[in-house]
Ligand binder design. Structure first.
Ligand code: 4AD
Ligand code: MG
Length: 462
């Protein structure tokens, strides 16, 4: 203990106070009489300036104060003449907790590339950019819980280890205690799971939705918020192998209600960032993306477009645009198509609904046309799909038929089907990719830069 946060020193501590600050040195400059240290402790993007009368301090101590070192400074908070801040600290006493050898510390000079910073992901929270991103990430997580709590949703904890594949996409990480060098086989040559911890094939969850539905069919409105895992080998700026997902699920909601919730939720979160993360957003706007704050305001202030998939396909086909993947009805939209609709055609977020059933998951409610389901994807500028959701099939026979058509083993999913046997109800929900939201809110260009420790193909070191 025994310190005042730099945010508090800069914003509210009266000049004239005796104070202690602790943090990491960003820069030190000066001359033979006076040194200026820029100190940061992560509580705010700004550094506090420490003014050091060089003649009052031991040379050896001052030499150890280099970029990256961690120090304690006790002194007087005084009004600042030139540092660009309200106040600075006139150092009375300095202690070095940990030095940082300038010959080896990687974060020496300013302006490292994002690629380089990814290679030293264990140190990058000490940069201004990642400080800003991580504070915004925290603020968004808090706002998510606040949004749902204020509206009477319950936070449901769904398992990370499961025997089911919610999305049926097959991109799962297996979980087993069997010895990979000596896998037991049964008489027919199949893997024998009787020696396995769970006694059956299990995987890391791709979505908490199926368990979330069980919660909604008892508590009426729930949400999940946790890590989800996809082993899809997509090396793109928008995919992670481990990402966080927020999945509200609401009994008695139809697709229309679901769309309203999604739009209101996204606008709330973005407004929360504008209101509560000003300094960090201003920094990111200045450094990376001049339109960032304007883009956030635009989304908050304008209605999302609601559009049938079939209409969307028509617009794309008549656009005359050259796409890498040609467009026809039945196509699973690529991000180039999604971004065309959002950025070029409507210039607004779009909620696309009623997709062909073949390209969507088994649990979605079928429309009367026999061809489409009550799916909805929310498409955002610069991102493409930020939310995927649907009204769920609540009819036992229809759901069971669809499960059989798709060859999903009933032994894996009987408990889910059972919810439609007893007290079934119309219900809907969606999943918001937390890092996709953060890409939008921070303006970062790569999803690896909005999560502290990104998990991507061939990358799980730190
Ligand atoms: O569209 P998805 O696959 O939908 C579901 O998982 C449903 N069970 C959600 C529900 O209805 N409860 O994923 C939902 C969202 C996507 O829109 C996207 O934002 C994000 O999760 N997402 C990813 N984010 C980062 N990396 C990946 N590999 C992602 N895959 C999906
Ligand atoms: Mg999706």
């Amino acid at each position: 203990g025994g310190r005042t946060k730099i945010a508090e020193l800069l914003q509210s501590t009266p000049a004239g106070s005796e104070v202690t600050a602790k943090g990491w040195v960003r820069t030190k400059r000066g001359n033979k009489n006076v040194a200026f240290i820029a100190l940061n402790d992560g509580s705010i993007i700004h550094n506090i300036q420490i003014v050091v009368d060089v003649n009052k301090f031991d040379d050896e101590l001052l030499k150890r104060i280099t970029t990256g070192a961690c120090i304690r400074v006790t002194g007087t908070l005084v009004e600042s003449q030139g540092s660009g801040q309200r106040v600075e600290i006139q150092a009375g006493d300095i202690e070095v907790y940990g030095s940082a050898d300038p010959d080896t510390y990687p974060l020496q000079k300013k302006g490292h590339s994002m690629e380089f910073l990814r290679e030293i992901a264990y140190l990058r929270p000490r940069t201004n950019t990642f400080g800003a991103v991580l504070r915004i990430r925290h603020a968004m997580a808090y706002a998510i819980h606040k949004y749902f709590n204020d509206r009477g949703f319950y936070y449901l904890h769904t398992p990370l280890i499961t025997g089911s594949d919610a999305e049926g996409a097959g991109a799962m990480f297996q979980v087993t205690t069997l010895d990979l060098n000596n896998v037991p086989k049964d008489s027919e040559g199949h893997v024998d799971y009787s020696e396995d911890f769970f006694g059956k094939p299990c995987n890391l969850t791709v979505s908490g939705q199926l368990e979330g539905e069980l919660g909604a069919l008892a508590l009426s409105q729930i949400y999940t918020f946790g890590p989800t895992f996809r082993a899809e080998n997509s090396n793109t700026p928008r995919h992670l192998a481990e990402f966080w997902m927020i999945e509200p699920e609401v009994a008695f909601y139809e697709l229309e209600d679901n769309m309203e919730l999604a739009e209101d939720f996204l606008k709330y979160l973005i407004r929360y960032a504008l209101d509560n993360c000003k300094d960090d957003l201003e920094f990111l706007t200045k450094m990376f993306d001049a339109e960032l704050i304007d883009r956030l305001k635009f989304v908050v202030e304008n209605d999302f477009v609601r559009l049938d998939y079939t209409e969307g396909i028509k617009i794309l086909m008549e656009s005359g645009a050259k796409f890498e993947y040609p467009v026809s009805w039945g196509l699973d939209l690529q991000s180039e198509h999604e971004r065309y609709l959002v950025e070029k055609h409507f210039k607004k977020p779009v909620i696309l609904i009623n997709y062909p059933k073949e390209i969507k998951a088994f649990y979605m409610k079928q429309n009367a046309d026999g061809k489409t389901v009550r799916a909805m994807d929310v498409l955002f500028p610069k991102i493409g799909e930020i939310i995927g959701g649907s009204q769920r099939e609540e009819d036992y026979n229809k759901l069971r038929t669809r499960v059989a058509e798709l060859g999903i083993p009933e032994k894996d999913i009987w408990w889910y089907l059972d919810t439609r046997r007893w007290g079934s109800a119309p219900h809907s929900g969606f999943g918001l990719g937390f890092e996709r939201l953060l890409l939008f809110v921070t303006g970062m260009g790569n999803i690896r830069d909005v999560i502290p420790f990104p998990r991507t193909p061939k990358n799980a070191d730190f």
